[in-house]
Write a protein that binds this ligand. Sequence first.
Ligand code: ADP
Ligand code: MG
Length: 841
Amino acid sequence: MEKICVAVRVRPSISEEISSGTYWRVDDNGISLHKIQGTPISGISYSFDHVFDESCSNAKVYELLTKDIIHAAVDGFNGTAFAYGQTSSGKTFTMNGSSTDPGIIHRAVNDIFHKIQTISDREFLIRVSYMEIYNEEINDLFTVENQKLQIHESLERGIFVAGLREEIVNNVEQVMNLLQSGEVNRHFGETNMNARSSRSHTIFRMVIESKGKDASSFGDYSSSDAIRVSVLNLVDLAGSERIAKTGAGGVRLKEGKYINKSLMVLGNVINKLSDGAKQRAHIPYRDSKLTRILQPALGGNAKTSIICTVAPEEVHVEETKGTLLFASRAKRITNCAQVNEILTDAALLKRQKLEIEELRRKLQGSHAEVLEQEILKLRNDMLKYELERDKLEMELEEERRLHKEREQRIIDQQMKIENLSSLVSDGDRSSSQGSTKESPKEECNDRGDDFKTPCFKAAPNAFVAKRSNYSELPDFSPLPDSFSNVADEDTWFKMNKGYIADLDSLQTTPARKVQSFPPQDVTPVCSNKNDKQELQNLKRQLELVIEEKNEIQRKHAEQIQLNDRLMGELTELKQEALFVRKMPQRLCESVVSCKDIYEDVLSKMQSSASDGKSSTAKFLLGTSEIGTTLFSTLEAHFAMAMNGHNSSSGNDSLFQECNKMLSETLKSTITSLILSETAGAEDDQANAPLCSCNFKGCTQGGETACWKEKLSNELNSVREKYENLEKELDLSTKFLEASKERYGSLEREFQVLKQERDSLLKTVSESSHKLTLLNDQKENVLMDLNTEVKRRKDLEEEIKHFSVAFASRQRSLMSIHGEFKSKIEKLRAENPVSVQKSLPH
Ligand code: ADP
Ligand code: MG
């Protein structure tokens, strides 16, 4: 806890007038009012931290009063230096100085840059801003356009002026140039520079951020982990004199009122703060912009100094007394400055460890004083946390509000976009209706289905729709009396939830002859019309493309269905083909088994007719050969079919030839066999004595015949089987052929469809590309339209300003005219002859 440092500075006397009653005497750090004879006037004697007499330079003031604060600011403490006093007491001289004796601001800037160069282990970032509070409005002195800025509060930044330009600076020259440009901006458009400067407060602000360069310093929490941010305010206050003395009236009175408000609240705040801790329940910081901005400097976290400048002249004695009273109150204020650090988690941990160590050490000592200090500190911390919590709550509230606003804005924007499209279609409709224009009420009923609140009765009476740029201006226009109750198109739009009224049909107020708007309004109207036309065209194109796209998509879906069906058929056919392909194999297998059986039967028969020379054996051998050949041929044939060789007609004929040949061979074998048998029988009969038994020969002949018959039967059945198989094979082959053909045609069809699908896909992608292009174009047009609307609004705003200015000019002209007239009258009355001569009618 430390007291605010307060000093009084008496400027050299300006007037030649010699005091006749009283004078101010400065002794060491005291100032007292004395009678001219030298006797002090009781009760009017004050002492301060410093009292500077007339001869004191800015250098000394800086050295003794402000230097420590500036150095502390570099170390991370907030700092504020005020200059308080009546107009012409030397506030600006103290803060800005002269070319030979620079003021506090110049010296502070110099000192800061000099000091940060000597600190090698930290890196600094310095930002400056310069503002003015005039008529309770905050204006940015770096940017003329930044006027009427608002004060905000956030956890990170504390209390700050939103939108204020902050410049990052690297050297003294940069700051000085900025200050100079700020001064130029301050007097921009001012006729009386002194009047304004004595009625406004200026705050030059420096934000000093620093961070340790060395990351390795172990154990030191304030090293590279923490960022220090301190704010330094150098304030030149408005003149503290009362309005009565200035004798201001009119506009000046208004200014005076505001200046008094700011200074009055400053006085209140200082009074409350100086009353001591008991009465410090509520400090009215929020009552003025000045106290709100300087809140941390007054009873908060800052090192503060106030220099109260006084004028020594006897005429100013009352003001000087007032200033000294203010100063003595301010002297009692205590602040609690501390280094502002933003800590990272690691730094916080280190710091807490150190704090615990410190507490432990203190506990061991257990001094009551220390404990008391600790309690105080804890209480302070608690208060701080409470404050922070309040801030957080406020921020949350603000954030919620902003969020809501944003959402609303998004909804509005969406509605606007949607309705812009409907505006085009509405435009089309209305143009097609053209000649048969209906009254607004009827129109409203017509559109009842499309919009929720289309009725004019729903719109508040307080608003009158302003003419849009889409319609031409007639000579007579229902110009409203005041612009405050005029809803622009956006507001109208919102009020009517998207309904667009035909503004030309809204001439409900009586026509009044007025000065028409400047002709440059015509150009935006034309361009707006063109835009509208273009928008309509684009919209139509868009619709066409969308239709085309839909058609293509429908076709595409149909093709896909067809494709699916064909694919299903194809798989069925493939299965069938597989089945047919497997058939020869199965036939082959059955042929092989038949062959085995046949061979088996024949071998058995051969073994029974063991005599190889006998005719039966011969016949069997022949049959066996024939059968084997037959089966082998069949096997080969099937194998060929299985391997995918088509049993072409050539092959078939070959096969049939072979078959014929075999049958012939068989027949000839049988005939030869019969012949040989008959010959044998005749021989047997002729050579009967040679034969051992006739009966045997007889029996042998019957057996052979029986065998022959059996064999021929078997052969026939085999042949039949073979023929059947051959037929079946033929059938399968034909079926396979047909399937293959169908498969081929299907495949071709599939290829064609695929190609078609590809081309369709290409068209679709082209269309969507076109669509995006069109969308882009549409957006561009919309943007253009928006800028046009904005331009129109700006123009309207300008016109508004112009008409207000014009009205005030006219009023002042009228008053001058009146004055002039009355003066002429007066002159005429006083000097009738000469006036009449000089002013002929
Ligand atoms: P304020 O800003 O309080 O209205 P100024 O700083 O403009 O007053 O001072 C008014 C005049 O007095 C200026 O011309 C200034 O140069 C002069 N003046 C003020 N204080 C001093 C001083 N200590 N030494 C020399 N001249 C001073
Ligand atoms: Mg001044």
